[in-house]
Design a protein around this ligand. Structure first.
Ligand code: OOG
Ligand code: NI
Length: 464
């Protein structure tokens, strides 16, 4: 009976909490980072009452400390399409296509995340999910061997698969099944220190690309990082060393601004972890593997295609002047260049709105709610204080930043060139579904907010 089903949003929240607890046990530095982020967020909220007010008015204050994203890398189309069905049970759907081949990483990706405003408010947990592209690996023999290894592994437990099928068949899971589902699915993301290849093969995979070794050598797609959201990334970046955590050289994405746009991210270096490889004679050989790290992010407004084009142009321009070196030697110079070039991007909400660079959510103010028949013009209603606008948070990712995050954890010598070969069609075929277009989605959210103002007040606005 439909009434007995646990809401997808609840399953996602429980899963996100369980994953966070597991990762904290597995990677203690993540726990330290969580604490640092919590105290920086508390400080940011107490020194900036306007920020607190805005977050509280839009109902997003509570989600901040719960919020995080993770990332996994899969090996086969079948793993990807099953993962889609698993995430669907938690109300997470594929949004966006990211081609990372241009940046020297042989994967393409999507982000599984909740899409409706209501679900995002309950818990915005997202998982950046990459599929390995063995087709980009030159060594044909190795490619075949690697494909064979991943085709044989089973990354989902029998229990997880049964529960996914049950949820699909019956339309949901009751509380007992939902609890089991969270525990069963969690197993897929666990770290395994026993490789499924021998040391010699690991070396060859590693030689082809470190990421290939990470995907192919293990029993499952261990979660490789979890990322809490901070309200002040510069402060966390600066304070990480005090907590004994070494951050990457520069923060990825836009510079520090009054009005945050898109996404800024930084991470700490991946840990070198002990693993063992099974040899032909059955003995275990000890070695090490570096994959798992920690990351933090600060989220800003979602940009329209026009705003995004401006962002991309300014980022490219900065990188033409100065490319951030992995060792941090030119970090100050890069940050100065970034800040200078981004002066061309308006830094107050109203200009961003008027120039059509960002997506906003409109709502009636108290005054707007109590007045009736207040005109036909949205702008006039905004000017008259009847309607307020708040930036819509960017819930997605940035390919250049993602590449920077991948690279900082692959080591400086790992940069490789691949021919750019985005292939969204192939990705969607492997996924078994189309990905949602994020721009259309944000535009839809903005329009719905305007429609709500119109419905609830009688402002006859013609929304595009
Ligand atoms: C994913 C890197 C992308 C982000 O925050 O941009 C990402 C990975 O390393 O698997 O998580
Ligand atoms: Ni990330």
């Amino acid at each position: 009976m439909a009434n007995d089903f646990v809401a997808c949003d609840t399953i996602r929240s429980d899963f996100s909490a369980a994953m966070s607890a597991m990762y904290r046990m597995e990677v203690p530095a993540y726990g330290i980072l969580m604490k640092l982020v919590a105290s920086v967020n508390e400080e940011a909220l107490s020194t900036d009452p306007q920020m607190r007010e805005r977050l509280s008015a839009t109902g997003s204050l509570d989600r901040i400390s719960q919020e995080r994203h993770g990332a996994i890398r899969l090996g086969t189309p079948e793993e990807l399409s099953t993962m889609r069905r698993v995430f669907a049970v938690m109300g997470m759907h594929p949004v966006g296509y990211y081609d990372l081949s241009t940046a020297g990483v042989p994967v393409h990706s999507t982000a599984f995340r909740p899409v409706s405003d209501a679900s995002l408010k309950i818990n915005p947990f997202r998982v950046f999910t990459s599929l390995l592209r063995l087709d980009l690996i030159k060594d044909e023999a190795l490619r075949e061997e690697a494909a064979e290894v991943v085709s044989k592994r089973k990354i989902f437990s029998v229990g997880a698969l049964e529960l996914v099928e049950k949820a699909e068949r019956e339309g949901g899971l009751d509380s007992r099944d939902a609890r089991r589902f969270v525990q069963e699915v969690l197993q897929t993301f666990r770290w395994h220190d026993k490789a499924i290849v021998n040391a010699e093969m690991y070396e060859r995979l590693h030689e082809a690309h470190r990421l290939v070794a990470d995907v192919v050598s293990f029993k499952g797609p261990h979660i490789n990082h979890l990322t809490p959201r901070t309200l002040d990334i510069d402060s966390v970046q600066q304070r990480m060393p005090e907590e004994g955590i070494a951050p990457k050289a520069v923060v990825e994405g836009p510079p520090t601004r009054q009005c945050p746009i898109l996404l800024r991210q930084t991470s700490f270096k991946a840990l070198e972890e002990a693993v063992s490889f099974r040899e032909a004679d059955g003995r275990w050989w000890s070695g090490s593997h570096t994959a798992r790290f920690g990351e933090i992010e600060q989220r800003g407004i979602a940009l329209t295609p026009k705003g995004r084009a401006l962002y991309d142009r300014l980022l490219n321009e900065t990188r033409e002047h100065c490319r951030p070196a992995a060792d941090g030697s030119n970090a100050t110079e890069y940050e100065a260049a970034l800040a200078e070039v981004f002066k061309a991007f308006p830094d107050d909400w109203n200009s961003i709105r008027e120039q059509g660079l960002g997506y906003f959510s409109y709502s009636l103010t108290e005054e707007g709610k109590s007045s009736t028949g207040i005109g036909t013009d949205l702008e006039a209603a905004v000017d008259a204080g009847l309607v307020r606008f708040d930036p819509i948070v960017y819930e997605d990712f940035l390919p250049v930043s993602a590449a920077g995050i991948f690279q900082s954890n692959l080591g400086d010598d790992a940069t490789q060139e691949f021919v750019a070969s985005p292939n969204q069609k192939m990705f969607e075929r492997d996924l078994g579904a189309p990905v949602l277009d994020e721009f259309a989605h944000y535009a839809g959210m903005m329009k719905a907010s305007i429609d709500r103002c119109v419905r609830n007040s009688g402002i006859g606005v013609a929304a595009e």
